[in-house]
Design a binder for this molecule. Structure first.
Ligand code: SAH
Length: 251
């Protein structure tokens, strides 16, 4: 009996972003489990494999189903977009795992949207940065507001996940207003990337005062620069500080 569950981050979409280790885990699995869209991104590579898909917001059902299938003797891959542990299924699976002690769990990392999106824009997170999700489905909004304020006060570059949805169309605007009130310059260089690594990928660089009014959706990752972030030749760059050391050749 295999009793094996891989929790696999598949990257932002295109197979080119799938790591060799993630591919091996998917190859090894008999069943691919996950949100319909993510399983759809990889099932084409393995048309012979059994799949079990659930709609969005059924995360815990999905984890339980995957653990149950692995406990039944199958090798299962629970597929997550980006990285499995960044707003992904690795945490919930490991929290539920004690109920299925016979299942061996392996977390396989993937390229999270902060990294794949940053590469599209240039180097926006080249220095200290933080990642904040604007989704208040599982986190009280006051906690999110406080983290935004602290990030602005700490002058971090910030990656915003879940910047909006149908029900939360003004959250990005609220977030920008909090950053501005906490002292961020309205000219702070910002950017966003929609559908990273997928068909129709699009990106833009714009100042914070304009990001505030951008109409973005949940398939977008937003980057707010720090006070040192630059827009140069169409790229967003947060310098590492070599200029100050007069040594631009370091790595
Ligand atoms: N585990 C995922 C994050 C899931 S939260 C990861 O590590 O990337 C969902 C949010 O991630 C989205 O609202 C969006 O902000 C971001 N995201 C995930 N994939 C994306 C993609 N292909 N393009 C743009 N943003 C993406």
């Amino acid at each position: 009996m295999a009793n094996k569950l891989y929790v696999v981050g598949i990257g932002p979409g295109d197979q080119a972003y799938l790591t060799a280790r993630a591919r091996r885990a998917l190859e090894d699995a008999q069943v691919l489990v996950g949100y319909t869209v993510y399983v759809g991104l990889v099932s084409g590579m393995f048309p012979e494999k059994e799949t079990y898909t659930t709609p969005m917001r059924r995360e815990i059902d999905r984890c339980r189903w995957a653990l149950e299938a692995a406990a039944g003797g199958k090798t299962v891959a629970l597929v997550c977009s980006g990285d499995a542990g960044v707003y992904g299924m690795a945490g919930p699976v490991l929290q539920l795992a004690p109920e299925w002690p016979e299942v061996e769990i392996e977390v396989v990392p993937g390229v999270t949207a902060a990294l794949s999106g940053a590469a599209v824009l240039g180097a926006p997170i080249g220095h200290d940065f933080c990642v904040i999700s604007l989704s208040d489905l599982l986190t009280p909004w006051e906690v999110i507001e406080n983290r935004l304020r602290c990030a602005a006060q700490g002058d971090f570059s910030i990656c915003l996940y879940n910047p909006a949805s149908h029900k939360r169309s003004d959250y990005l605007q609220k977030a920008c207003d909090i950053l501005l009130a906490a002292g961020a310059d309205p000219e702070t260089v910002c950017g966003y990337v929609r559908s990273i690594g997928r068909e129709g990928e699009e990106a833009a660089i714009l100042p914070l005062k304009e990001l505030r009014d951008a109409k973005l959706d949940m398939f977008t990752t937003v980057f707010v620069g720090s006070s040192t972030t630059l827009a140069e030749h169409g790229r967003m760059i947060t310098p590492r500080g070599y200029e100050r050391k007069r040594d631009l050749c370091g790595s």
